[in-house]
Design a protein around this ligand. Structure first.
Ligand code: ADP
Ligand code: MG
Length: 717
């Protein structure tokens, strides 16, 4: 008896060239090469962009002038009209299944004359116009579908010039799938796991996605392939996390719980439940022999500073050093002030629980905190560097200066990185590399950008995540209003004047202008002049924008902080770094130009004290999507909730950056659409990793499909 041949693995498929297909003639292979499809594995994962249901495609008669639409039509006549530069055009006459005519004009695309031929079927996407009495589309997007008949069929993405039709691709995919039938396609996901999630096998999934008979087929096939992509990514992330946990190369800090309790009792406020939970999580991590890698998510005002300080103290009291790194000088200075103030509540506390040689106790005068930024004077810098190298300085706050050349720590035990809005993988790695001798320092990453839980599993999937999802009590909160009618505007300025009259302060944020800083600054200047002469006449108003030199900016911020300015008119430079509890009004002009996260961040600048805050989102004639964003802010003040809305409205573009692990392997999966699948893939990955790691089939697929950078990251993070 002949043994059945083994199913085709992904690596087998990646080794089969397209020429091996009967339908893989030279021109098709070349065109596919231009689309990045080099072998059978690529071809099978070259997924349709959409599906066309021939019976339901609109006819020309159903289209509306002025609207974007899709129509399935047959080419009747093609005419190239020569001309110089932009005047050359190709005119194509098409008709739909009912015989209704439409003309398409392509400017500056002479190759269309060769691409489009009589009797070809094409799907056209474009805006319907009326031109000289006839219906027309200008430069529509074209998908060639060949001469297929039948129900649903796949439309593949084509680059404008690829000389292959979506029909020809379907034809080749069909052949490829048929030729896999004999050996079958290997499936690394065990059957019981598939059953748990009601997923079909991989071979079946590929058939369904490429050649569905119904939209239900598409969903079924797609779910399985999405799961595969997410599973590979999660196996890498969870694997990386487990590796770190097992490496044992960290420092097991001897956390003195009693001592921290003493600190907690001396704080001028009680910790929120979220803060207490987070502190517990961190202290447990610190005591472990592997390096902590935890993300602390909490929006502005949620009280991250005190959490960070408790972690720093725990480390310092057990003999290590702690550093906090912020992305800007202003933020570093603010952290320095905030931490110093909290430390003062320990003064004279006499809580000397530890007191062992070489260790510090709370309230110890040697428990000093230093600030190191690019602005630090040479003499102080020298002293600080000396203290960090000798271990005499236990705690430091700073900017990138902390990871610049010449900075060495005697025994860095904890690095706190305030990323604010960015994901600074590189910087985290650099600071981490500073852990001397005894092991890798623990890392706590703080971010003020709330992101949905499922998104955090992918964007920060190799980190443990703590969420400060509760604001300290005693905040009066912010009332938010969307002001979209000019008649409502006087009430905004009236409210502002009332608040200022009561001794409080206000911000006016100028419209965001993305083209350039310069234009934005000019816009801010104009708004400032206008308001000072009009709505804000008689008040003391300051202007702040990114084009002002620091020497002009700093004194204005300081004056606002001291209460000498009533109103600060500013660009988004205030988003980061201005913290004035007495400010109660935030007017955001051109609010329709901002995203949800940014508006929420700006709003967080007011209502942080005991006085209620006001936030006015001013926008004239907002578009429906902008209207939806503004309404979301009016409806909710919960950053995590808003992040979910944002994901729905905008998609994942904002969350994923190009360095994202496994990004190149995510061909189908979407953080938004497939958010329910993320935790499932996560759990499956955890069970795989905890049962000894991926088997050779899955491990090999990961090595093949995820880029080296994804896997390299192991060493960096
Ligand atoms: P974040 O860094 O998360 O934006 P901060 O740590 O700066 O927030 O805290 C904001 C303000 O709230 C600070 O003035 C801080 O002293 C105060 N605060 C922090 N935690 C609490 C609490 N549990 N109760 C009352 N006030 C708190
Ligand atoms: Mg802060």
């Amino acid at each position: 008896m002949v043994e059945a041949p083994a199913p085709l693995t992904w690596r087998d498929l990646a080794g089969i060239e397209l020429e091996r297909l009967k339908r893989g003639n030279r021109s098709r292979v070349k065109a596919l090469g231009e689309l990045g499809v080099a072998h059978l594995g690529d071809l099978l994962t070259y997924y349709p962009r959409r599906y066309l249901d021939r019976s339901r495609e609109a006819t020309v008669g159903e289209l509306k002038v002025g609207e974007d639409a899709t129509v399935l039509a047959t080419v009747e006549r093609v005419r190239a009209i020569p001309g110089r530069n932009r005047r050359a055009r190709v005119e194509v006459q098409v008709s739909d299944r009912e015989g209704a005519r439409l003309s398409c004009v392509f400017f500056n695309q002479p190759w269309r004359a060769k691409q489009l031929r009589e009797d070809m079927q094409a799907v056209l996407y474009g805006r319907l116009e009326v031109f000289r009495g006839g219906l027309q589309m200008t430069n529509p997007v074209v998908d060639l579908v060949g001469d297929r008949t039948g129900g649903i069929f796949a439309v593949y993405p084509l680059s404008a010039k690829a000389s292959i039709t979506t029909w020809e691709i379907a034809d080749m995919v069909g052949e490829a799938l048929r030729r896999c039938d004999q050996r079958g396609i290997a499936d690394p996901v065990p059957p019981d796991l598939l059953a748990d999630h009601d997923l079909c096998g991989r071979h079946e999934a590929l058939r369904l996605v490429h050649g569905p008979e119904s939209f239900a087929d598409v969903t079924r096939g797609r779910n399985r392939l999405v799961f595969d992509e997410l599973l590979r990514m999660q196996v890498v992330l969870v694997g990386r996390k487990r590796l770190r946990e097992r490496s044992g190369a960290g420092i097991a800090h001897e956390v003195d719980a009693e001592l921290l309790e003493g600190f907690r009792r001396r704080l001028p406020f009680a910790l929120t439940a979220a803060q207490s939970r987070t502190v517990e999580e961190i202290l447990a991590d610190l005591a472990q022999p592997w390096p902590m890698h935890r993300l602390l998510q909490g929006e502005v005002g949620s009280g991250k500073t005190v959490v960070a300080l408790m972690a720093m103290l725990a480390v310092v009291c057990s003999g290590g050093q702690a550093a906090l790194m912020a992305p800007t000088e202003v933020l570093a200075e603010q952290h320095y002030l905030g931490l110093s103030e909290l430390l003062r509540s320990l003064d004279g506390a006499g809580v000397r629980a530890a007191g062992r040689a070489g260790r510090l106790a709370l309230g110890d005068p040697a428990m000093q905190l230093e600030l190191l930024t690019g602005r630090t004077r040479a003499t102080s810098r020298e002293r600080i560097l000396g203290g960090l190298a000798s271990g005499d300085i236990p705690m430091v706050v700073g900017t990138h200066a902390l990871i610049s050349e010449g900075v060495a720590f005697e025994s860095l035990g904890l690095a706190v990185v305030d990323e604010q809005h960015r994901f600074g993988v590189e910087q985290r790695a650099a600071l981490r590399a500073h852990g001397a001798g005894g092991g890798l320092p623990d890392v706590l990453v703080m971010t003020a950008t709330p992101i949905p839980r499922t998104a955090a599993m992918t964007v920060y999937g190799d980190l443990d995540v703590s969420r400060l999802d509760e604001l300290p009590a005693g905040r009066a909160g912010v009332t938010t209003a969307a002001v979209t009618e000019s008649l409502q505007q006087p009430a905004v300025w009236e409210r502002l004047r009332t608040e200022v009259g009561a001794g409080r302060q206000a911000y006016v944020v100028c419209p965001l202008i993305e083209e350039s800083d310069k234009v934005e600054a000019a816009g801010a200047e104009a708004t400032y002049e206008e308001l000072r002469a009009g709505e804000l006449a008689g008040l003391s108003v300051g202007l702040l924008h990114g084009r002002l030199p620091a020497s002009a900016r700093e004194p204005r911020m300081a004056a606002f902080r001291r209460g000498e300015l009533d109103v600060l008119v500013a660009t988004t430079v205030i988003e980061v770094g201005v913290d004035v509890a007495n400010a109660t009004v935030m007017v955001i002009l051109g609010a329709d130009r901002f995203g949800i996260a940014q508006l929420h961040q700006l709003r967080g600048r007011v209502g942080r004290g005991s006085q209620p805050g006001w936030c006015f989102l001013v926008a004239e004639n907002p578009s429906p999507p902008a209207q939806a964003r503004l309404q979301a802010l009016v409806d909710s003040s919960d950053g995590f909730e808003l992040s979910e809305v944002d994901l729905d409205l905008r998609g994942e573009g904002t969350l994923m950056d190009s360095r994202q692990t496994g990004r190149s392997d995510l061909k189908l999966a979407s953080l938004r659409r497939d958010r329910d699948w993320i935790p499932r893939a996560r759990r499956a990955a955890e069970s795989i990793c905890d049962a000894g790691g991926p088997d050779s089939l899955l491990a090999d697929e990961i090595a093949l499909l995820l880029s080296d950078a994804d896997i390299d990251y192991f060493d960096k993070s």
